[in-house]
Design a protein around this ligand. Structure first.
Ligand code: PLP
Length: 399
């Protein structure tokens, strides 16, 4: 039987969505919390009348809820339009503020950052005279804190390292890196966008001074984010206008989405120990099953120090975009790396930094589970995926 007839025969009745690292659906409880601010309460939170005051109190409540999860003061929470903006504000805000104060222009980052961080630092280097040291990662995508320590110079003004990686799921030893920055008085920023729904976000335990989050990775809408900035850390605003967000990010706050983000973050943190346990069981069944059916498929990222919902592989002899297209026809939504990279036939720089050969890196597959994922979904994937891979190796070989 050809690959297309096999797919048509095996297509499951409902869509199997395994791309939760790219985006999640809005949780019905989150939508319910947002609805009054979309329909009935529409004032501008900066105003003085009753409609405005209702919005201002909702904004205050949301800020307090987020602060409780982060273990920080409400005034240390800035609401933004997305994770990318949070990363930009953190990096540019610290970099320009430090350069203006004559502290230096050197930034330390890692080889496994999202483009929201790596391209921002590159832009600062190419256009504003900054310099960067990119610390390497090992074959699991792990940063060695000793490398971060070695990279520090007298003109280092920022360390920015990801908490958990979007492509490979590896969780970094963030608190150790944070401690290095703390000892030397260098601000530490983390892109915690992928960690938001799953890991501890207490900024004191993590020893970080700035932390970025994005609502749509934990069942809130797209287009809303958070930047935590520790009190006393100088940050030059990057968007000027009104005095919103303590003068650090101008623009009328998107209250319905902010309420959604706060509700979703609290919910995710409340259920995370139980939900993470369930996801780990499903993820490990998926990883073992793929490895049993496709013995040459290689798990990417750390085998245990990884996000609970995240399974990623490189599969020899297949091209990721062809595989994704065939999985999609079979009713399975998957990804090859980060959503921003999907559709590009360049091998991922993160996989290359881990020592994976370019040709093999083109066969990257990422399956990220979520609240709606069941063991039946995993068993269906385990039945369909190996067959599609084997048939594509014959019909569309990638050698
Ligand atoms: N950082 C990481 C690690 C991500 O995975 C993403 C999105 O995929 C972002 C930043 C960007 O977040 P947003 O889509 O909210 O701009």
């Amino acid at each position: 039987m050809g690959v297309m007839s096999y797919i048509l025969e095996k297509r499951p009745k409902r869509l199997i969505y395994l791309d939760h690292s790219a985006s999640t659906p809005i949780d019905s409880r989150v939508l319910k919390a947002m609805m009054p601010f979309l329909a009935e309460q529409y004032g501008n939170p900066s105003g003085l009348h009753s409609q405005a005051r209702a919005l201002a109190s909702a904004l205050d409540r949301a800020r307090t809820e987020v602060a409780e999860v982060l273990g920080c003061k409400p005034k240390e929470v800035i609401f933004t339009s997305c994770g990318t903006e949070s990363d930009n504000l953190a990096i540019r805000g610290i970099a320009f503020s430090a350069a203006r104060a004559g502290k230096g222009q050197h930034i330390i980052t890692s080889a496994c950052e999202h483009h929201a961080v790596s391209h921002t630092i590159k832009h600062l280097c190419e256009h504003f005279g900054f310099q960067q040291t990119v610390v390497p990662v090992d074959r699991y995508g792990l940063i060695d804190p000793a490398d971060v320590k070695r990279a520090i110079r007298s003109d280092t003004v920022l360390i920015s390292v990801i908490y958990a990686n979007n492509e490979i799921g590896t969780i970094q030893p963030l608190a150790e890196i944070g401690e290095i920055g703390r000892q030397l008085g260098i601000p530490v920023h983390t892109d915690a966008v992928q960690a938001g729904g799953y890991l501890d976000l207490n900024v004191d335990r993590l020893r970080v001074d700035l932390l970025s989050l994005s609502g749509h990775k934990f069942y809130a809408p797209k287009g809303v984010g958070v930047l935590y900035v520790r009190e006393g850390i100088p940050l030059l605003p990057q968007q000027t206008g009104g005095g919103h967000e303590g003068g650090r990010r101008a623009g009328t706050e998107n209250v319905p989405y902010i309420v959604g983000l706060a509700t979703a973050l609290k919910l995710a943190q409340d259920i995370r120990s139980v939900e993470n346990g369930r996801l780990i069981q499903l993820r490990d069944r998926l990883i073992r099953g793929v490895q049993a059916a496709l013995p040459d498929a290689q798990l990417t990222g750390h085998p245990t120090q990884r996000l609970p919902h995240h399974a990623s592989f490189v599969i020899p002899g297949v091209d990721a975009s062809t595989l994704l297209m065939h999985l999609d026809l079979a009713g399975i939504c998957a990804a090859s790396g980060s959503a921003c990279n999907t559709g590009m036939s360049e091998p991922s720089s993160i996989l290359l930094a881990m020592g994976i050969p370019p040709q093999l890196a083109l066969g990257a597959l990422r399956l990220t589970l979520g609240r709606s994922t069941t063991m039946d979904d995993i068993e269906t994937v385990l039945e369909v995926l190996p067959t599609i891979v084997e048939r594509l190796r014959t019909t569309h070989p990638n050698e």
